[in-house]
Write a protein that binds this ligand. Structure first.
Ligand code: PMP
Ligand code: GLN
Length: 386
């Protein structure tokens, strides 16, 4: 194995899901729903398979999906992208992020990101021979995660090539505010940096969040320098489909396509028309999806607090982060490895998403994208913890 990949073991999600399978624990680790997405989408996929959409589709993605991605971004965020040249379909957000970093970063270039960061970020940055410059998010007095503006400024420098921003943020559930995004935008422009934005949870901002979802690309001066990434997995409860996309100015999207064509060439043909159908569902689908997850968030957050966790109620995403200190937990990895045996539940130790391991040592992440009865069972089990 090449040196740059040696620091990366098995992903925490694979390890923890295997642990859940082995022990029969309730799996609130890896974030995937336990119910299917919209029936119209599922029917369209079956229809496409039967209808013969089973050979290589066009490299940038089928026109109907690119048009639907453009229409969706215009409808919800007021962003304009030309389906011909400014949108590229990818194998999930994961490939879009990796291909964007590989397309933009020379060896030694720096990528500013926020920690805890989604696990593929560090590996994709390493694959490109680039260097990550994480800025730590910490819970502030108002219970929201925040970063020190001076630390963000200090992370920028002459080698900064891009900022990799995830909002709504996994694992903290933070939704970046307009003020925070404005500072990021100013620094990008001051340092001539690009932005790659991971917005896979764009439809999971809860009604009591301090702000709605704001794409960085919508801020002044940012459309031209931003590659905006999203995917169908979360919004349409189909994480196993791996249909994602990246939108941006034509020159940047062309650069990503140059890399993407040699990573996967093209993506699952029959799933593309189905995701196009889903993206065109009425607003009521998206509202209902959010409200449903918000109820589950409340159910799990309340249950975790009752079980003795120090719960931080998330403004968005699939996840609640919880402190284990009051339960006597000193290390999240130890805690999560023993949790299935102690009470039959799997969670994710948040520290694996930090360079500054201490900042996340006593935090664990629980997913609430599960049926209410599954969440209830998990809470019942967690309440048996001494
Ligand atoms: N980014 C974040 C923040 C995620 O939580 C995930 C997990 N779904 C991904 C990217 C990967 O998305 P996809 O499955 O579409 O590759
Ligand atoms: N995004 C999901 C999570 O954070 C898992 C994705 C994966 O397993 N790679 O749980």
């Amino acid at each position: 194995l090449v040196a740059r990949m040696r620091p990366f073991g098995t992903t925490v999600f694979a390890e923890m899901s295997a642990l859940a399978t082995r022990t029969g624990a309730v799996n609130l680790g890896q974030g995937f729903p336990d119910t299917d997405g919209p029936a119209e989408m599922l029917a369209a996929a079956a229809e496409a398979v039967r209808g013969g959409a089973n050979q290589y589709p066009p490299g940038p993605g089928i026109p109907a999906l690119r048009a639907a991605v453009a229409g969706h971004q215009k409808r919800f965020w007021g962003l304009d992208y030309d389906p011909d040249g400014e949108i590229l379909v990818t194998a999930g957000a994961t490939e879009a992020i990796a291909a964007a970093i590989l397309a933009l970063c020379e060896t030694g270039d720096e990528v500013v990101c926020f920690e805890p960061y989604y696990d593929s970020y560090a590996a994709s940055i390493a694959l490109a021979g680039a260097v990550r410059r994480p800025v730590t998010l910490r819970p502030a007095d108002d219970g929201r995660y925040a970063f020190d503006p001076a630390a963000l400024r200090a992370a920028f420098g002459p080698r900064t090539r891009l900022v990799l921003l995830n909002s709504p943020h996994n694992p903290t559930g933070k939704v970046f505010t307009r003020d925070e995004l404005t500072l990021i935008a100013e620094l990008c422009q001051e340092y001539g940096a690009y932005a790659v934005t991971d917005e896979v949870y764009e439809h999971l901002v809860f009604t009591d969040a301090a702000t709605g979802h704001l794409p960085l690309a919508g801020l002044p001066g940012m459309w031209q320098r931003t590659l905006r990434v999203s995917s169908a997995g979360k919004t349409f409860s189909c994480t196993g489909w791996k249909v994602g996309w990246v939108s941006g100015p034509a020159a940047l999207v062309a650069a990503v396509l140059r890399v993407k064509q040699f990573l996967t060439f093209v993506n699952a043909a029959p799933l593309q028309p189905a995701v196009a159908v889903a993206l065109e569902l009425p607003d009521s689908y998206f509202d209902g999806f959010r409200d449903d997850l918000q109820r589950r968030r409340d159910q799990l957050a309340t249950g975790l607090t009752e079980a003795g966790f120090e719960t931080i109620v998330p403004e968005g995403t699939y996840f609640v982060t919880a402190g284990i200190g009051r339960l006597g937990g000193r290390d999240g990895v130890e805690f999560c490895r023993s949790l299935p045996e102690r009470c039959g539940v799997v969670a994710i130790p948040t520290q694996v998403f930090y360079d500054d391991v201490e900042a996340g040592r006593r935090l664990v992440r629980f997913a609430f994208c599960k049926r209410p009865e599954v969440l209830a069972e998990a809470v019942t089990r967690l309440r048996t913890l001494p």
